[in-house]
Write a protein that binds this ligand. Structure first.
Ligand code: HEM
Length: 401
C-alpha cells in the first residue's frame, strides 16, 4: 500500500514534471509521501502535516472542491495576495467581477481569428519573417511567447501605453530587443510589475479599457494606485503563461506525433487533441483553496486557515475516470480539470484554443522548414506553471526535415 501511494505520487510529480516543491519543505515525492499521514487510495484528502495543507488527488474530489457549495471553503489566500482587487472571498462579488473581466478583457474567439483580425495576421507575419534561420533557437522564446504576450497586451489596450517598447507597429520596434525583453518577463514576472509601477509613478495614463474594467469591479475598499501594478501584472500573467505552456505542447505534439494533421486540418480533432494535452500536461498542475472557517468536508474536520491543494495533474490522470490515462485518446467522456471549475474557473479557454488554431494555420504550411532538435518533450516548472522548450532549427526553404 505504501509503495502504491509512493508510486502514484511519484508518477504524478513526474507526470506534471514538477520538481516537488510545494513551499520549499519538500524536495522530492518521497518527502511528501513520508510527511503525509494518509493514503491516497483510502482517503479523499491527504494531510501534509508540515504544511497545514490537505491534498486532493482523486478526480471526483477535486471536482467536488471546485464546485463546493460549502461556504467555508473558498478562494485561496494565495490568489488574494496576488490580486486582491479582482479576487474576492465573497463568491457573489467575485461573480460580478468575473462578468466585468469577460466584458472588458476577454477577446472573443471570433475576433481573435486572423481572418477577422488584421492585427493577428500582421503579428504572425512580423515574427515569422524575422525568425533567425539555420541556427538553434527556442521557438517558445522567438515565436510563442511574443505572440501570446503582444496579442494580450494589444487586446488589453496596454501596448500603446505601458508597453510601447514592445509595440511592433512602432517605427522604433526592434525584433531582438523585443525577444530579449519578453524572455525576461517570462522568466521573472515581477519585471512586468516594475515597468507598470514606473509608468504610473511617472504620471502615465491608464488605458480607457482598463479604467472601465476597474470601474466595474466590486472591491471592499477603494482601489489604491499602489495596488495597480500588481493587479495588471496578475491579469497579464494568468493569461499569458498558461497559454504559452499549452501552445508549446500543442506545437510539439502535432509536429512530432501527428504530422498527418498538418496536411488535413480537422478542427474537431484538434480540439480533442488540445483537451488531451491539457489533461495530461496541465499548465497549472495544482490550484489552492483556503478554509476560511472550521468545517467538515467528506468527514474530514478542516480548521480555519488550512490550505487545500487541488492536484489537477493527478485528478486528470485518475485511472477510474480516464482509462489508460497516459494515452492520448480522442473520445474521452470525462472532462479534464485544467481550467479549474466553479466560481473561479478560467475565462480564457476559448481564447486559448483560438490561439492554437491560429498557430496551426500559420505553422502548418511551414512544417518542412522546422527541424525539432529534441524528439521528446522536455518539461520544467516555473512560477507554478509547466513549461516546455521547443528547440528547433528553422530554414527559410524546405530543407529542415
Ligand atoms: C490553456 C490556457 C489556460 C489555462 C490552462 C488556464 C488555466 C486557468 C486556471 C487553472 C485558473 C484558476 C481556476 C481556479 O482557481 O479555479 C484560471 C483562472 C483565470 N484565467 Fe485562465 N488559463 C488559460 C488561459 C487564459 C487566458 C487566455 C485568459 C485571458 C483571456 C485567462 C484568464 C483567466 C482569468 C481572468 C482567471 C481568473 C478567473 C476567475 O476567478 O474569475 N486564462 N485559468
Amino acid at each position: 500500500m505504501v509503495n502504491e501511494l509512493y508510486h502514484k505520487l511519484k508518477s504524478f510529480f513526474l507526470k506534471s514534471k514538477m520538481e516537488a516543491k510545494i513551499d520549499g519543505d519538500f524536495n522530492s515525492a518521497e518527502e511528501i509521501h513520508l510527511s503525509s499521514t494518509d493514503f491516497y487510495e483510502e482517503n479523499d484528502l491527504v494531510y501534509f502535516k508540515n504544511l497545514n495543507a490537505y491534498g486532493a488527488f482523486k478526480y471526483p474530489i477535486v471536482k467536488q472542491l471546485f464546485n463546493s457549495e460549502n461556504e467555508s471553503i473558498g478562494v485561496s489566500n494565495v490568489a488574494l495576495e496576488i490580486n486582491d482587487i479582482y479576487f474576492s472571498k465573497n463568491e457573489d462579488i467575485h461573480k460580478m467581477n468575473k462578468k466585468a473581466a469577460i466584458l472588458h478583457l476577454t477577446f472573443l474567439s471570433s475576433k481573435l481569428h486572423y481572418l477577422n483580425n488584421d492585427y493577428t495576421h500582421f503579428l504572425f507575419n512580423k515574427f515569422l519573417t524575422n525568425l533567425p534561420t539555420k541556427k538553434e533557437i527556442n521557438l517558445v522564446d522567438f515565436l510563442v511567447n511574443p505572440l501570446v504576450l503582444i496579442n494580450i497586451l494589444k487586446e488589453y489596450d496596454l501596448l500603446d501605453t505601458i508597453f510601447q517598447d514592445l509595440n511592433p507597429e512602432n517605427d522604433s520596434f526592434s525584433f531582438d530587443y523585443a525577444i530579449n525583453k519578453i524572455k525576461e518577463y517570462f522568466e521573472d514576472t515581477s519585471k512586468l510589475e516594475s515597468v507598470i509601477k514606473k509608468f504610473l509613478e511617472q504620471g502615465g495614463i491608464i488605458p480607457a479599457k482598463m479604467i472601465d474594467f476597474l470601474n466595474d469591479l466590486e472591491t471592499e475598499n477603494p482601489i489604491e494606485i499602489a495596488q495597480l501594478p500588481n493587479f495588471f501584472k496578475s491579469i497579464i500573467f494568468v493569461a499569458v503563461e498558461t497559454t504559452s505552456s499549452f501552445l508549446s505542447n500543442f506545437i510539439f505534439t502535432i509536429f512530432q506525433k501527428y504530422p498527418e494533421f498538418l496536411l488535413n486540418k480537422d478542427v474537431e480533432k484538434l480540439h480533442q487533441l488540445s483537451n488531451e494535452l491539457l489533461r495530461i500536461n496541465p499548465p497549472v498542475p495544482f490550484i489552492f483553496r483556503t478554509v476560511w472557517e472550521d468545517t467538515v468536508f467528506n468527514d474530514v474536520h478542516l480548521k480555519k486557515g488550512d490550505q487545500l491543494i487541488l492536484f489537477v495533474g493527478s485528478a486528470n490522470m485518475d485511472p477510474n475516470y480516464f482509462d489508460e490515462p497516459d494515452l492520448i485518446k480522442f473520445n474521452r467522456n470525462n472532462k479534464h480539470l485544467s481550467f479549474g471549475g466553479g466560481a473561479y474557473t478560467c475565462i480564457g479557454r476559448f481564447a486559448s484554443f483560438r490561439m492554437a488554431l491560429n498557430i496551426f494555420d500559420y505553422l502548418a504550411p511551414l512544417s518542412n522548414n522546422f527541424s525539432f532538435l529534441e524528439k521528446k518533450p522536455r518539461f520544467y516548472f516555473q512560477n507554478a506553471i509547466l513549461k516546455i522548450p521547443l528547440n528547433i532549427k528553422y530554414y527559410d526553404s524546405f530543407e529542415g526535415n
